[in-house]
Design a protein around this ligand. Structure first.
Ligand code: OGA
Ligand code: MN
Length: 284
């Protein structure tokens, strides 16, 4: 396994490993260590399948069910399409409600930060990618926390934040009543600490609604400031997908977003799974 850094703040490209084969315990250990160190891992030229991706996901912990399917129908689904393909011939266009709902992914976010136990990692594999657009961008909230001055770090260290899916996602598309009712706002720590290396990061993104105990105006001022500081263009790493790319990202400490693409002109087929975090953030 070869590891090559991708950006000053975070990210690594990993070659010399076949993620579709069962991983040995020492490989899982090395990859968990790489997640703790680099936050985003790119594995080019993987020969993935849904079965292999599910097995891979289980190597890192408990798969997290889609909150969308579960909220709407009560069904537990562990792998889903990110994109617009239906099958080899059919795709959804720009006006399709599902295409519109997925545009919520174009706001900076951390997957499942609105769940009581948020995600550890997401695993996204590309099968078909648009000829234009469709990049995914990442930033490190660890580097952002490190760049705050000490007084600011101290001022935010013990704050709690409400994360709310309905707050963030109704900006781009309506959220079904059943789904909205299944996701009441949850309280998270604003500053999280990696349990293996002790490195701290702040934890905001578009689902972060308000600071517990603060007014709306003060809350938005701080959350917007932290989001803007973390997502400055020079701190981003943008990935232009190739079919066969698999990316792991650490939702505990990075934000990501899609850049969007024209669903009327292009097909995009990516499959996503997530590994549940180990507990609620308030007990970290
Ligand atoms: C996701 C996501 C962004 C993209 O899969 O969780 O936010 O580029 N994807 O599709
Ligand atoms: Mn996402």
């Amino acid at each position: 396994m070869r590891i090559e850094a991708l950006h000053d703040d975070f990210g690594a490209k990993i070659t010399g490993i076949d993620l579709a084969l069962p991983l040995a315990p020492h490989q899982i250990e090395s990859l968990n260590a790489a997640i703790d160190e680099y936050s985003v891992l790119l594995f080019p030229e993987q020969n993935m399948s849904d079965e292999a991706q599910m097995a891979l996901t289980k190597s890192f912990g408990e798969p997290e069910e889609s909150h969308i399917a579960f909220g709407r129908t009560g069904e537990k689904v562990y792998i889903g399409t990110v994109g617009n393909v239906i099958d080899d011939k059919k795709k959804r266009g720009e006006s399709d409600p599902q295409t519109r709902a997925l545009k919520g992914n174009n706001l900076w976010h951390s997957d499942s930060s609105f769940r009581l136990v948020p995600s550890y990692i997401s695993i996204l594999h590309a099968y078909e990618v648009p000829a234009e657009g469709g990049e995914t961008e990442f930033v490190s909230q660890r580097a952002a926390y490190r760049r705050l001055d000490a007084a600011k770090q101290t001022a935010i260290n013990d704050l709690h934040v409400l994360h709310d899916y309905v707050f963030s996602r109704t900006k781009t598309a309506p959220v079904d009543d059943n789904h909205a009712a299944s996701l009441p706002p949850v309280e998270q720590k604003l500053v999280r600490t990696n349990p293996s290396n002790g490195i701290r990061n702040y934890y905001v993104g578009s689902h972060a609604r308000s600071i517990v105990g603060w007014s709306g105006i003060e809350s938005r001022h701080l959350i917007d400031e932290l989001n803007n500081f973390a997502t400055k263009p020079k701190n981003r790493w943008s990935h232009s997908w190739q079919p066969g790319d698999t990316i792991f990202w650490d939702n505990r400490c990075v934000l990501h977003r899609g850049t969007g693409y024209d669903a009327d002109r292009f097909r995009r087929n990516m499959r996503q799974t997530r590994v549940r975090g180990t507990g609620i953030t308030l007990q970290e």
